[in-house]
Design a protein around this ligand. Structure first.
Ligand code: SF4
Length: 391
């Protein structure tokens, strides 16, 4: 292990690349879990953690995937034991993504005892037929059972992930899912529209003409989401994210907003470990190889498992930061953006700001800029206007 870094990175992401089977819409990197592959991955991850530890003092940790909860307890014990030895415990927020069908009391206990304090449940829908349509392995019953189990184990910060505009989903089915999910009383809610990503079975079905995409219905469903979340006591703080408890002005920090993701949206540094994980430190982005066997082989032979590296120009970096932060309902206060990026939005993005404001997507005043409710619906398109790929 090297010397501890004087300016350590505060945010750690770990990609666990295994799932029980592949969901029809999913383009994330993951493979079907095999026992031997999970053991080998755990060993390799432990070595990568050892390499990264001197540069890290994590305040937020996020295990995503894939399905991190699919790892057997024995593998979790090894990973958590290594993090303990390496001084990586004690994060203020530590999230693990879970599939409701792969959480056991033993695993939950081992997470809790190590300091994991936030669990994110991939619910997607409360409708059995749609769960099957999506290729999910869990049932609606698993959602209730796992939610209760986690509460009994003392987890006080739970997120539910939902999905809308699923082919075959009617507005009334979506509203029932929202109602049931809100009734569970989680602290956080994330909800995304189905995306037709290339190389997924869902995309093929779309290409084959087996799916009708109804954009108006998707817009209505998004409105249902925003309204139901508000009525259920949530504050929207990002296009797709809602949390309880709004703190006092001017910061208005939501005590249950996902701090790990806030760091991404505000352009902060992070280290990503595991196959396909991205690291972003000092304007340099690297990505690990998206192949678990090759990732393990590289780590075992002492090589950095990196297959992509780019250094962004200062303006290119600022453009990305602007685009990410625009997703937050708070938008960008002018001074904060200048502190974070070294650039003034009013000078370098004057034309884009004017055009988006004229479209009714964006509001700017003496404090800063933020998307309007209409703009939030088209946040990806609005954000693209701020990118400076040529810079
Ligand atoms: S469980 Fe998550 S990561 Fe795995 S295939 Fe389904 S959507 Fe993708």
């Amino acid at each position: 292990m090297g010397e501890a870094d004087e300016n350590p990175v505060r945010s750690l992401y770990v990609h666990v690349p295994f799932c029980a089977r592949k969901c029809v819409y999913c383009a994330f990197y993951s493979e079907v879990a095999g026992e031997g592959a999970m053991e080998r991955f755990t060993e390799a991850l432990t070595r990568e953690l050892e390499q990264a530890a001197p540069r890290l003092r994590p305040e937020t940790v996020f295990f995503g995937g894939g399905t991190p909860s699919i790892l057997p307890r024995a593998q979790w014990q090894k990973i958590l034991g290594a993090m303990d030895r390496l001084g990586l415990l004690g994060a203020r927020e530590w999230t693990i993504e879970c599939n409701p069908a792969t959480v056991s009391e033993e695993k939950a206990r081992c997470w809790r005892d190590a300091g994991v304090n936030r669990l994110s449940l991939g619910v997607q829908s409360m409708d059995e037929a749609l769960l099957e349509r999506l290729g999910r392995i869990h049932s609606r019953d698993d959602v209730f059972k796992t939610f209760d189990l986690l509460r009994r184990m003392g987890f006080a910060n739970l997120n539910l992930d939902l999905m809308f505009a699923i082919p075959g989903q009617t507005r009334s089915v979506w509203r029932s899912t929202l109602e049931e999910a809100l009734r569970l009383g989680s602290e956080h809610l994330s909800s995304y529209e189905v995306i037709y990503e290339e190389d997924t079975p869902l995309f093929e079905q779309l290409q084959a003409g087996a799916i009708d995409v109804d954009e108006d219905l998707a817009c209505d469903m998004y409105e249902d989401l925003v309204e139901a979340a508000k009525a259920g006591g949530f504050n929207q703080y990002e296009v797709s994210n809602f949390a309880r408890h709004l703190g006092p002005p001017p910061a208005q920090i939501l005590s249950h907003a996902c701090r790990h993701n806030l760091n991404y949206w505000r352009g902060g540094s992070f280290i990503g470990l595991g196959p396909g994980a991205t690291t972003y430190v000092d304007g340099v982005r690297t990505r690990n190889i998206e192949d678990t066997a090759r990732y393990c082989g590289m780590v075992e032979s002492g090589a950095a498992p990196i297959d992509f590296r780019e250094k962004l120009s200062p303006l290119g970096r600022a453009g990305e930061t602007a685009a990410f932060g625009l997703r937050l309902t708070a938008g960008w206060p002018w001074t904060l953006f200048q502190q974070v990026s070294g650039f003034d939005l009013r000078t370098h993005w004057k034309t884009e700001i004017g055009e988006l404001a004229a479209r009714g997507w964006l509001q700017a005043d003496e404090e800063g800029l933020r998307l309007t409710p209409l703009g939030l619906r088209f946040a990806d398109a609005a954000a693209r206007e701020f990118l400076r790929p040529e810079a």
